[in-house]
Design a protein around this ligand. Sequence first.
Ligand code: B12
Ligand code: SF4
Length: 497
Amino acid sequence: MRILLVQPAPFEDRRLGLENTVWLSEPVSLTSIGAMAPDHDVEIVDMRLEDPRALSKKLVSFQPDIVGTTAMTTDAYQAKAVLRITRQLLPDALTLIGGHYPTFLPEEYREGFVDVIFKGEGELGFRELLDRWSADRQKQPGARQGRDCLLDIAGTEVRTEADAWVDSGKRPWARKLDELPAPNRGLIHRYQGQYFFLGAAPMASIFTSRGCSFDCNFCAIWEFYDRKTRFLSAKAIADRMEACDEPFLFFLDDNFLSRTDRLVQLCDEIEERGIKKHWMSQGRADFVAANPELIARLARNGLMGLLSGYETNDEDALAGLNKRSTLDANKKAAKILRDNGVISTGIFMVRPEFEEKDFDALYQYILDLRVAIPLVTVLTPLPGTEMWRKKRSELLTEDLRLFDLLHAVTETRLPREEFYKNYVRWKSVGHQSRKNYFDWKILWMRRSFYRKAAPNLPRMIWRRLRYERIQFDHKSYLRDEDGIIGVGSRARHRGAK
Ligand code: B12
Ligand code: SF4
């Protein structure tokens, strides 16, 4: 069978998107499920790197039997558009959707142009679907059962021939990550070299664990994976590192720094095999604070950047987020990372109730911490989170384009224009932070990284300048909200549902 997997482009032109400025990651959801179909003809189209007409062209030329796409919250509408176009151009193709957003709000995809909604981890369910669908297709055309042959695949919702939706309940997680095949990166070969994190390019993406054992109330990941974490072994991680040609890697785990024994084993593997890659990941500040020697060893073995949620300058607010960490841990972590030349990308939140003095205090805190790159987000109740369930009635809109963590989707205490004017002051904080963090000692200590990344510098600066004009113009936020947030918007959006 011919299978087309499509990574949607989440944003229309002139809107912000992390993938435009900071981080364009490989579509690992699609390479992961693509790896489950070695006996079929699979292609991936990454619409973030394609002309908008590429999808219809590919549908017509490839004539897939199955088209699948994926969505996190901000991709939700574009993912729908992918399947709607598919139905128009190829009425007989089976259409599938999976990912975080459909898992949490499957009802949003119960539409005539969607045939199967995957909830949770996709590999095993996708394989089961392929087996059933291809067995059914091999029957005489008259004897086909249609979609009803897919009805009881655990982890899916299927639209029956009679146009009703049947939910087959949760699918148990794959027991061990090592038992799943590695994502098939050959499927994105033609895009290789185009994925990046800031100046690190070409960059490959590797997933080494799934889930998180913490329960921050603004985060969906622990709910997605039932607050359990499964890990790839250190040996399998090292195998995957070696299999990548790229000098830069991103470990996509939400909480990479979580099992010291595995990290020690990973250092052993990297040292024994002599792997010389530069890699980045995401990890908690309290882990860094508690394990300075391990961080130093990881840095010697290629750890070059770490994204951590420092979140806030207020101990009570940290506790209110269920973060289970402290400001003291933030301070220690930022110092340990800097001492080891690890680029600390600190994620912070402004809250809708902020007044000018709260912005001042947060920005001063960021400067005092000396993180290399501060990413300042607006606290957002994302679908699937505890915070969403609590705050849903307070939302001014459910238009998902504004759920990018850069817009306030609830009432702000300051007038909205003032709120965004204060928010974009983040620009000078960012510039000052970079100055505070980088010095010749750090550049010398990590010279092999900076030497390899240097050729990317002009492109990175160009990307930044282009988007800074949008990112740091408060009017662009108001423009995005225009017609979405305003008088009566809550009633309008509820009415539209
Ligand atoms: C890399 C990444 C990004 C990349 C791009 C992701 C991409 N689409 O390629 C970038 C940096 C752009 C990004 C941006 C954002 N991200 Co992000 N990102 C991730 C991250 C770290 C890894 C994604 C990944 O590759 N996962 C690996 C694959 C294997 O997992 P998966 O996607 O879940 O896929 C599995 C199943 O869902 C399912 N499946 C998925 N799709 C399909 C399709 C079919 C047909 C089938 C059968 C199955 C299936 O099967 C797969 C294999 O089991 C995840 C964390 C995570 N744990 O996934 C967060 C995550 C997806 N991001 C998240 C968020 C909140 C964001 C942002 C909105 C905000 C922010 N500031 O980060 C922005 C978006 C705003 C914007 N556009 O600017 C949330 C999503 C929550 C939600 N409700 O949607 C996550 C889960 C992080 C978290 N801790 O909550 N992100
Ligand atoms: S924010 Fe980080 S630590 Fe908290 S639940 Fe999400 S992944 Fe885990």
